[in-house]
Every structure is written in C-alpha cells, then in structure tokens.
Design a binder for this molecule. Structure first.
Ligand SMILES: Cc1cc2nc3c(=O)[nH]c(=O)nc-3n(C[C@H](O)[C@H](O)[C@H](O)COP(=O)(O)OP(=O)(O)OC[C@H]3O[C@@H](n4cnc5c(N)ncnc54)[C@H](O)[C@@H]3O)c2cc1C
Length: 408
C-alpha cells in the first residue's frame, strides 16, 4: 500500500502534525479528519478578544485552504472517526466508510467537563471549547446584565474579564480556596484575583454550586452555603476531559490520556498521538513522575512536531520548554517552565506597576518564570530554561543584571 498518514482531529496538533510531516519529507497521502464544520481555528481568542468583540471570526483560522492545497493535505470537515481497526490498518468514519493507513495520528484533543447538578442543562448555561460554544455565548452576552462564572481557572478568568469589559456584572465561583490553584503559584493567584476585584468582579472561593434554578427571565446559581446568585448568563469553565475513547476501544494504552513515549509513539508502532489527548512523563518532571497531560497550544504544536518526526523516520525525544499565556484586561501573563516543587522564588520588576516576573527555583536550579507585561523577559526566560542556564536568586532579582547575557 502507498504510504498514507491519517490524522484524527483537525486543530492545533492535527494541523501542525500534517504541516511538519510534509516539512520532514513525508511524501505520501495525508488525510486530516475533523468532526467540526469550521476550518481549523485558534481557540485562545474564544475566551479573550473574540468574546469581547475585539477579534473577528475572519482572523480565527489556523491555516488557509491554499495552504492545505499546496501541501496536499486532504482536510475533511464534519467527519468523525468512530473506530480504529488496527489489524486491517483502517479508520472507520461515522458514515461507515473506511480509510486505510500506514501511519495513524490521534490528535483528538479534549472536551469540556460538564456541570453535574440540577439545572445544568438550562439554556442560560454555557461552555467554552469550540467556535459554536463561543458564538452562542457571545450572542447571549449581548443582552446579559449579570453573569456567574463557575471555575476560577484560566478559561473562567478570561471569560470573566471579557464579560466585565462588556459591562456585565460578574461573580466567579471557585471550589478551591484560591483561583488558578492548579496552575499558578499563590502569589500569582493573589495578584490575578486582586486585578479582577479592582475591575469590580466578585469572588466566591471555597464554594460549590449545588443547583441552577430557573427564574423569570433569568436563573439563580445556588451555592453550598445557600447563597443565591441571580444572573442571565452562566459560564462553566471547570476543566476538560481528554477524547481517548477511540484509542481505548482499539486497545491502545490509556493512562489519563493516550499513553505515548518521549517520541509520541503509542503502544502500536503505526500510531502516534499528540496534544491535549496525549499523556506522557514530561522531560521536566523528576524521573519517577507519573504520566500527565499538558493542555496548551505550545504543547500541541511541539508534540505534533515530535510525532511528525517519528512518522518521517527521524524520531527525536520531545524536549521543548513548556510555555503558556493568558490575556486578562491590560495584563499579559506569560509562563515559561513548570514551577511544581519550587523551593525559592524571587520577584524582578514592579508589582505595583504591573510589570514584573517571578523566578522559581528548585534548590539552585531555575525551573520556571511567570511574567506580567514583560514579554521580552518571558522570551529570555524560555532561552534560559532551554539552556539550563545557571542563575542565582540575587541575579534573577537584580533588574540591573543582564539576563540576555546569561542566555549566551
Ligand atoms: C477558550 C480557550 C482558551 C484557551 N486559551 C489558551 C491560551 O491562552 N494559551 C494556551 O496555550 N492554550 C489555550 N487554550 C488551550 C488550547 O486551545 C488547547 O491546548 C489546544 O487547542 C489543544 O490542541 P489539540 O489539537 O491537542 O486539541 P483540540 O484543540 O481539542 O482539538 C481536537 C480536535 O479533534 C476533534 N476530534 C475529536 N475526536 C474526533 C474524532 N473521533 N474524529 C474527528 N475529529 C475529532 C475535536 O472536535 C477537535 O476539533 C485554550 C482553550 C480554550 C478552549
């Protein structure tokens, strides 16, 4: 059979994998299957500038149709892969047809975790994962006066900021004691919550939603301390669930995500996986760490490149420095590295002026840097981490110290 790469999932990881496979010399057929009707698009603006109306839909696509044509990538919209026949090397589609493959890539991403309480299915309850969600939410936001955001993670806080900028009164409900508890240090959580409060957002941390009650022309979000929060709009951002069913059904190993090694290989040599759906032991974690998934554009793109190199017969371990960003109001938060297990931290710059970075160290090794409105410092931090550069706490804190020099 001629070489055919079938990619299931047409978003960041799928599109990058197709592009990189071509770049690395894969000359066979490439079929990119996506179950969404829209051309592959950027998700981050959906909770940020797209929601507040400052980013038009025309700017969302990741690549033009001309790109797919030139690279001979057969992108197929509204096509769902339903079964993988590993013995025959075929993928079955929702209409029963089958496509044969020599190489298969799973880039199926993740879907939102649904609210599980009475009233969760009311029309006023919204999620934010895909463009259809975002269109529906943006439409509803136009006539809302009050919103309750359930979940104080990145999606929840970004949605809260966008809605607030549209003049809507917003309350954020978070079960943990602080916002961004899973992904940010206590100092960054405190700084971000304060920034939201200064914009007039109310927080209910350490509280659970027990029900969403219909009311006349509105709903009421009821908390476990019996507080009622009346509103026209509820936005739920309580995390995602990886799309692993298709992998599990055909016997691939699934450990919280589709299990892959450092070259993005599953336990079937013909199948790779990348992006939000894939779980792996990251190179930055201690050797005995458990596999985990990483949900970011950087990870989807860089893992896809790793998977493409494997398919092209040039396997290279995934070693990219993880990074992430979030835009809320006038704050650009950028994170490089992972600060898990840090023992020391120092602040460089001015918190009052909203221009600073926090450098995290594990013993004497720099492991992560969070920056607020310091994009150049963020880029330097990525270089420092990639180089494993030696930096002392004093140097990191000293604004006069030449960070650029330390990257050379
Ligand atoms: C609102 C929002 C804001 C975000 N902001 C940021 C940010 O600021 N910075 C950042 O780094 N990250 C951000 N993220 C996360 C980032 O978008 C994800 O990490 C990234 O989209 C993961 O890409 P992926 O290709 O792995 O998966 P996904 O983007 O989830 O794409 C998977 C695709 O596969 C499709 N699919 C699944 N199963 C099948 C099947 N069986 N057949 C066919 N198609 C299938 C899905 O419908 C989907 O289109 C944000 C996400 C959202 C939703």
């Amino acid at each position: 059979m001629n070489r055919t790469l079938v990619i299931v999932g047409a978003s960041y990881a799928g599109v990058q994998l197709a592009a990189s496979a071509r770049e690395y010399g894969f000359d066979g057929r490439i079929v990119l299957l996506g179950d969404e009707p829209d051309a592959p698009y950027q998700r981050p603006p959906l909770s940020k500038a797209y929601l507040s109306g400052a980013f038009s839909e025309a700017r969302l696509p990741l690549r033009s149709q001309a790109f797919f044509d030139e690279e001979r990538i057969e992108w197929m919209p509204s096509v769902r892969a339903t079964y993988i026949d590993r013995a025959r090397h075929e993928v079955e589609l929702h209409d029963g047809t089958r496509i044969g493959y020599t190489h298969l890539a799973l880039t199926t991403g993740a879907r939102v975790r649904k609210l599980d309480c009475p009233g969760a299915k009311l029309d006023a309850v919204h999620y934010l994962r895909d463009l259809r969600d975002a269109r529906r939410l943006a439409q509803a936001a136009r006539s809302a006066r009050r919103a309750v955001v359930i979940g104080g993670g990145y999606i929840g806080l970004e949605a809260a900021a966008s809605l607030r900028q549209m003049g809507i009164d917003v309350t954020v409900v978070e079960t943990e004691a602080r916002v961004l508890a899973r992904v940010a240090s206590p100092w960054m959580s405190e700084f971000m919550q304060r920034a939201h409060e200064l914009h007039g957002i109310a927080f209910r941390c350490g509280r659970k939603v027990v029900t969403v009650q219909p009311e006349r022309d509105a709903v009421s979000v009821v908390l476990d301390d019996a507080t009622h929060l009346p509103c026209e709009l509820v936005v739920v951002g309580i995390g995602v669930v990886p799309n692993t069913e298709i992998a599990a059904e055909c016997g691939l190993t699934v450990t919280g995500g589709i299990a892959v090694d450092e070259c993005a290989r599953t336990n079937d040599p013909a199948i790779v996986a990348a992006g939000d759906c894939a779980s792996f032991v990251p190179h930055w974690a201690p050797a005995d760490s458990r596999a985990c998934r990483v949900e970011s554009v950087q990870n989807a793109n860089d893992m896809a490149k790793t998977a493409a190199a494997t398919i092209a017969g040039r396997p290279e371990p995934y070693r990219a420095v993880p990074w992430f960003w979030s835009d809320q109001y006038d704050l650009k938060l950028q994170m490089a590295g992972i600060n898990t297990g840090f023992t020391h931290h120092v602040v460089r710059g001015s918190v009052e002026e909203k221009k600073f970075s926090i450098f995290y160290f594990r013993d004497d090794a720099l492991i992560a840097v969070d920056s607020i409105n310091r994009p150049q410092e963020h880029m330097l931090a990525r270089k420092l981490l990639a180089k494993d550069a030696k930096l002392t706490l004093n140097e990191a804190q000293d604004s006069a110290f030449d960070l650029k020099g330390a990257t050379q």
